[in-house]
Design a protein. Sequence first.
Length: 244
Amino acid sequence: MIKGLNWLSTFMELKVNSAKQGGLCVACLSSNSFNGLCQPCREDLPVNRWHCRCCALPLAFPSSELLCGDCLKFPPPFKTSCIPWRYQYPVDGMIGRYKYNGQRKFARPLLADFAGALEQKLDSASVTRPDALVPAPMDSRRRRQRGFNQAQDIAEHLGRDLGIPVEAGLVQRVRRVRAQRELNREARLANLRGVFEVMSVVPERVAIVDDVVTTGATVRVLASVLREAGARDIQVWALARTPG
């Protein structure tokens, strides 16, 4: 067995096989589901098996121990990333309906499986237990339009399941920026310069929580601000990572 190949899919298979089934699958409406997904649809989720060991960028070759070119050239201010899925069908649609339409039932299976897999990694000490979860802050106007901050929602779910405090107000946005999805990596970094401010004492070990990591610009800037404020062990926890 190749080391690190299937930590998430192995956990999900064991969980599904041992747990009581019930409810409708959000993907195919099958009545035989667990935490909102039936077994065939769960097996169709694009697990992020091969990835950069730092930023979790999906790789085209079988390794989870190597660094991607970006992390080699520009080492990020965070230690590692736990990002279980690639941002591809059907995960992209599930996150989209949760994020933009407030349909939390589409996030429920992802959150439950992610929390369970993280619990295994924390118990095995393959991941350091953070002192606090720090959700990526959202612009106040966008939050009013959307009705909630999905990063905070994810952090609160993980915090409850894992017994880790959530510091939702630790970092705040202090100015508005253009929508990040319109920009490339360099423009995103420039767009975010000076946008975050630390509001209180920062724990030594923190995990930044977000829904999707795209270019990594947001988590890089957030991690830099947290490191400057005293954090020494910084992780990134997110549901999905874009392929490139």
